[in-house]
Design a protein around this ligand. Structure first.
Ligand code: DX5
Ligand code: ZN
Length: 218
């Protein structure tokens, strides 16, 4: 996968929300390819973050794709709201309670695509890559979590490197990694086959967004 272009998606969870439009502007100018937006509902994960209203405001402040990561129990109920708000990529979790019933996950992925967005599927660190296998042909993006979802600033889990390697053998689409990504862990994930690096703390707590984004590309 060495020839594939590496995409960097700063995670806005780590930005200064009192200056949201300005932060969006600055990471764009610093070379961000996508903006990663973390949506949490206080059920699927213990934290609460943002909803479609803020996604729509980010959309109006930005000119690069919005990569919206739904860490919510019932993503199937909110697809239209997030797509209408301007999401380019909508990623749901394979473990989401609302998607467990037979057929609902496939319908959800199909609905995302029919409504004009790209469909992503994510998995928690403890979830086997096998859980994604039945859905590969319905996916544009896989998002491998390299921390337990819910909070920024956690330590990278090295066990996720072989998981990325395994998924890359099966999947030719965009393979993203999220959680604890910096220049060093980013290089390990690129070598394992990831082509999209999501990074919150590493980018937004750096002294130069440009330098941080450049270092992730390797
Ligand atoms: C965690 C989120 C991540 C988070 C990454 O649940 O999905 O996108 O913002 O933050 P860092 O890069 O600080 O680990
Ligand atoms: Zn995320």
């Amino acid at each position: 996968m060495g020839s594939r272009r590496i995409l960097v998606a700063p995670s806005l969870l780590a930005c200064d929300f009192s200056r949201l439009a300005d932060e969006v502007q600055q990471v764009q100018e610093a070379g961000a390819d996508w903006l990663h937006v973390d949506v949490m509902d206080g059920h699927f994960v213990p934290n609460l973050t943002i909803g479609p209203v803020i996604v729509e405001a980010i959309r109006r402040s930005s000119r690069i794709p919005l990569d919206v990561h739904l860490m919510i129990s019932h993503p199937e109920q909110y697809l239209k709201a997030f797509i209408d708000a301007g999401s380019h990529y909508v990623t749901v979790h394979v473990e989401a309670p609302g998607l467990r019933t037979e057929g609902v996950l496939v319908n959800t992925l199909e609905t995302i695509r029919k409504q004009g967005a790209r469909a992503g599927l994510s998995l928690r660190p403890r979830t086997s890559p096998e859980a994604l296998r039945p859905f590969l042909s319905s996916l544009d993006l896989i998002l491998v979590m390299s921390v337990d979802p819910g909070f920024g600033g956690q330590a990278f889990m090295p066990d996720m490197i072989p998981k990325v390697r395994q998924l890359r053998e099966w999947f030719v689409g965009d393979l993203a990694v999220d959680g604890g990504i910096n220049a060093q862990t980013g290089r390990q994930m690129r070598q394992a086959g990831a082509n999209v690096l999501v990074a919150g703390t590493y980018v937004f707590h750096s002294t130069s967004y440009h330098e941080a984004i450049r270092s992730l590309r390797g």
